[in-house]
Design a protein around this ligand. Structure first.
Ligand code: NAP
Length: 220
């Protein structure tokens, strides 16, 4: 399998690339700053550019047409604090995914796997009310609105998708993940997911068809 990773310089994106290569796959990534990837790797094709620019997204597809796209973008704030000011457009992820979906259609690529967050889509209804309040009162609602816009774009596009919604991210080494239904009913209040676990599940979802057209919530 050859996967195009959008967001490959990020904390989860780098782990996705590691996991793809570890499983014997090939990867291309589109990077604003290729040096963030720490140098060349066998079976990794690095294309310089940004997903906000459609021509540069097309460049990544031209460089090597992938079998599948994996998106691990973030719409960053000034820090990881939920109250930190946003430092990107409120439609960053929607804009980037619009470009990616456009290129996928042009190049005949059928499947996208996107990292989102527990609380996006129908999983919002089963998020604990304390967490809902926290999301609404902090700046995190901006990311949720953006992820929800991405959901609409991808579902309307007609391409095959898996929208993966991890609970709170942590840096543990736990690789196994529990997969919850899209409504997220039963996810514990303090549930968390390791980035390495998310990366493994994103690659699982890209490799197989079991999760196609679904929006699983995951936790460790
Ligand atoms: N924090 C949590 O507890 C939590 C829980 C569940 C889900 N999530 C989701 O996890 C995702 C974040 O994952 P992460 O922490 O691994 O991300 P991250 O380390 O912040 O990486 C973000 C990626 O997005 C790219 N990016 C950011 N701003 C960009 C811009 N303006 N233009 C182009 N590319 C840009 C970065 O590229 P550069 O390297 O070039 O900047 C990088 O590749 C978010 O979608 C979030 O909603 C978070």
């Amino acid at each position: 399998m050859h996967a195009l990773v959008i967001g490959g310089t990020g904390r989860t994106g780098k782990l996705v690339i590691d996991e793809l290569l570890h499983r014997g796959h090939e990867a291309t990534t589109l990077a604003r700053n290729p040096s963030a990837l720490g140098g060349p790797l066998a079976r990794l094709n690095i294309v310089e550019g940004t997903p906000t620019n459609l021509e540069e997204v097309r460049g990544a597809f031209k460089s090597h047409t992938p079998d599948v796209v994996i998106v691990t973008l973030n719409a960053p704030r000034a820090s990881d604090s939920p109250f930190a000011a946003p430092i990107s457009s409120p439609t960053l992820m929607a804009d980037c995914n619009t470009n990616v979906v456009t290129a996928m259609k042009e190049f005949g690529v059928r499947k996208i796997v996107i990292m989102q967050a527990f609380g996006v889509g129908e999983s919002w209804t089963n998020m604990n009310c304390m967490l809902q309040l926290f999301m609404k009162k902090s700046n995190m609602y901006l990311q949720y609105d953006d992820h929800n816009a991405v959901t609409e774009i991808v579902k309307e596009s007609g391409i095959d998708y898996v929208l993966v919604r991890p609970s709170r991210l942590v840096e543990s080494e736990e690789k196994s993940v529990k997969v919850w239904p899209g409504h997220g009913k039963g996810v514990p209040l303090m549930a968390s997911t390791s980035r390495v676990g998310v990366a493994g599940f994103l690659v699982d979802a890209a490799e197989g068809r079991e999760w196609d057209h679904s929006e699983p919530v995951i936790s460790n």
